[in-house]
Design a protein around this ligand. Structure first.
Ligand SMILES: Nc1ncnc2c1ncn2[C@@H]1O[C@H](COP(=O)(O)OP(=O)(O)O)[C@@H](O)[C@H]1O
Ligand SMILES: [Mg+2]
Length: 365
């Protein structure tokens, strides 16, 4: 195998998507001397505010994509719902990391669960559903309560309906617009965890420790790092799942794995994200190398950084009006405030986060 030469500092990273994840990746890239060129359809994107190059274009604008491809050295993305065709189109012209094949799996909840199961990794019981009749059959097979989710494009609980009684199935199907979906058995989990793995061009993998995630209104509210009272065996199992998946998906970049910790202690994969993840923001202030720098290192072919942490941490998301309390967070000793440069707070909108460190006596592995 011939080694792929690294892209040296000064190279240009193309970023698809202009949200806060792209912004924080661009900031990490700048710290290492890279430039970022963002392509997104949104005016005044949080990412474009911090890059010197941006293209305002639809993801389907082939002329804009072709021009973008000539101006960047590698392409990555900060959200998995970039149209697959866009990523394929670019991948024929410039390295795209993670590549289109792994992305295709992560864009489709059915492909994702099927992929995990085929690698011996558990999920909630599930059935693909393409019609109201198939949904009725799936509800009969899986039982209630169950969750109907669109196969594609859901986030923050959007595109989901809980079915508590079989007679609610038709209404749930209507509510989601009759789109191709997956029915999942409702998991009575003890808590939700996640693990972020990074994989380099040479196939090496590093993982951040499993963290606990608490949600409010289906939106991540708080991440506790590392997950309290997680046995070493279970922590290792969570990491093994992330390593297995990022390697089997042949990804270069980051893979975030959302898990349910079931009451019997087993770990079930909920969903995968081939990008930086909100539950990894704590690494910015608590780790030798945070998830954003790790992504930059991976896609540029650099050696991966250490995931060791000097502190435990709690990350609090600032959603909607929470952000108005910024003076309070600034005044709080030890609180690290991160704001995304978004305009008006709206309910459910992620505006920033606060990391609070719980210092430890030594560097933890
Ligand atoms: N099968 C399930 N059983 C129990 N809770 C679920 C199930 N699926 C999703 N949830 C809850 O809904 C949240 C959002 O669902 P998820 O599939 O992660 O979609 P997204 O994060 O894209 O909105 C999860 O974090 C979890 O709290
Ligand atoms: Mg989720």
């Amino acid at each position: 195998m011939t080694a792929i030469p690294p892209l040296p500092p000064g190279s240009v990273i193309g970023m698809l998507g202009g949200g806060q994840l792209g912004r924080m990746t661009a900031l990490a890239a700048a710290r290492l001397g890279y430039r970022t060129h963002v392509l997104c359809p949104d005016l005044d994107s949080p990412c474009a505010q911090v890059t010197d190059r941006s293209t305002l274009a639809a993801y389907t604008d082939h002329a804009a994509l072709d021009a973008f491809a000539t101006q960047v050295d590698v392409v990555t993305y900060e959200f998995e719902n970039i149209p697959y065709e866009t990523v394929r189109h670019l991948a024929a012209r410039v390295p795209v990391r993670p590549g289109p094949d792994g992305l295709a799996v992560c864009q489709d909840r059915v492909a994702e669960k099927d992929f995990a199961n085929r690698h011996g990794i558990g999920t909630a019981p599930w059935r693909a559903v393409g019609s109201a009749e198939e949904l009725a059959a799936a509800v009969a097979a899986i039982g209630t309560p169950a969750v109907l989710k669109t196969r594609r494009e859901g986030y923050d609980g959007k595109g989901q309906a809980v079915i508590r009684d079989p007679k609610d199935a038709a209404a749930a199907w209507q509510q989601l617009g009759g789109r191709p979906s997956v029915l999942e058995g409702f998991v009575d989990f003890a808590r939700e965890l996640s693990v972020i793995a990074a994989r380099g061009v040479d196939g090496s993998v590093v993982c951040y420790p499993a963290v606990e995630n608490r949600h409010r209104d289906h939106i991540l509210s708080e991440t506790i790092a590392p997950a309290p009272d997680l046995s070493p065996e279970r922590a290792e199992e969570a990491e093994r799942i992330a390593r297995t998946l990022v390697t089997a998906l042949d990804m270069v970049g980051l893979l975030a794995v959302e898990l349910f910790e079931a009451r019997d202690g087993s770990l079930l994969v909920n969903e995968l994200a081939p990008r930086p993840h909100n539950s990894g923001h704590w690494t910015q202030d608590a780790c030798a190398c945070d998830q954003f720098e790790q992504l930059v290192r991976a896609v540029c072919g650099l050696p991966l950084g250490s995931t060791a942490r000097h502190s435990d941490a709690v990350m609090q998301n600032l959603i909607g009006d929470d952000v108005l309390r910024w003076p309070e967070f600034l005044a709080e000793p030890g609180a690290r405030l991160h704001l995304y440069g978004k305009g008006a707070p709206r309910p459910g909108r992620k505006m920033g986060h606060v990391n609070r460190l719980v210092p430890g006596p030594k560097l933890h592995k």
